[in-house]
Design a protein around this ligand. Structure first.
Ligand code: AMP
Length: 212
């Protein structure tokens, strides 16, 4: 059974690749960012609290994040395994995860800063979090989601300032977790995130099959 974490800076394809991997393995992808965006859309108290942090590119407080994950891990579908996307992002969250479940695989998508900026400037999302890119993954009709026909827009947290904050947090607080799992003897599969979505997915599958 696979209990995986997919690490990677923003725009590395974490969301897309975790969904593709989870689909291929028949297990859920768990994205804390997506769960927060869902709460914001529904106008819940949690969503209102999370939104200000997210728009600044900062981390949502650990108590809120850990609570949403605890809740998610209590659902039946995770009994077959899961892939985390965007969690844990710091040591406190990794501690919380240790007390809830046992990770047995980590994947790291790598991407240069130049490529991160290039990708983010063309990124568009629909209200249901389907992701496109004006250059690399354009929708059939410009500005409209292929799946639900809803309008595409840029994410609020993809302003230059928020991008800078998120990259710094990733480097300072999230990447040390990779070492932490390495020290625990958990396999780390490092994958170049710069090729096309299909090619990165093929590399991810190859690495995961080799691990299995
Ligand atoms: P993502 O979709 O993973 O890029 O997350 C978007 C935003 O949601 C982040 O910039 C944070 O503000 C918030 N967020 C997502 N996951 C976490 C987490 N594990 N801890 C704290 N904040 C998070």
């Amino acid at each position: 059974m696979i209990h995986a974490i997919l690490f990677g800076p923003q725009a590395s394809g974490k969301g897309t690749q975790s969904k593709l991997l989870a689909e291929a393995l028949g297990i859920p992808a768990i994205s804390t960012g997506e769960m927060f965006r869902e709460q914001i859309k529904r106008g819940t108290g949690l969503g209102k609290e999370a939104e200000a942090y997210m728009n600044r590119g900062e981390l949502v407080p650990d108590e809120l994040t850990n609570a949403i994950v605890r809740d998610r891990l209590s659902r039946d579908d995770v009994k077959k395994g899961y892939v985390f996307d965007g969690f844990p992002r710091n040591a406190v969250q990794a501690d919380a995860l240790d007390s809830l479940s046992t990770i047995n695989l980590t994947l790291v998508l790598t991407l240069s800063d130049n490529e991160i900026v290039r990708r983010l400037s063309g990124r568009r999302v629909c209200p249901n979090d389907h992701i496109y890119h004006t250059e690399y993954k354009p929708p059939r009709q410009a500005g409209v989601c292929d799946i639900d026909g809803l309008p595409l827009s840029q994410r609020d947290d993809e302003t230059p300032e928020a991008i800078r904050v998120r990259l710094r947090i990733y480097r300072e607080r999230t990447t040390p977790l990779i070492d932490r799992y390495r020290k625990q003897g958990i396999p780390i599969l490092e994958i170049d995130g710069s090729p096309s979505i299909e090619d990165v997915h093929a590399s991810v599958m190859k690495a995961v099959e080799a691990y299995r």
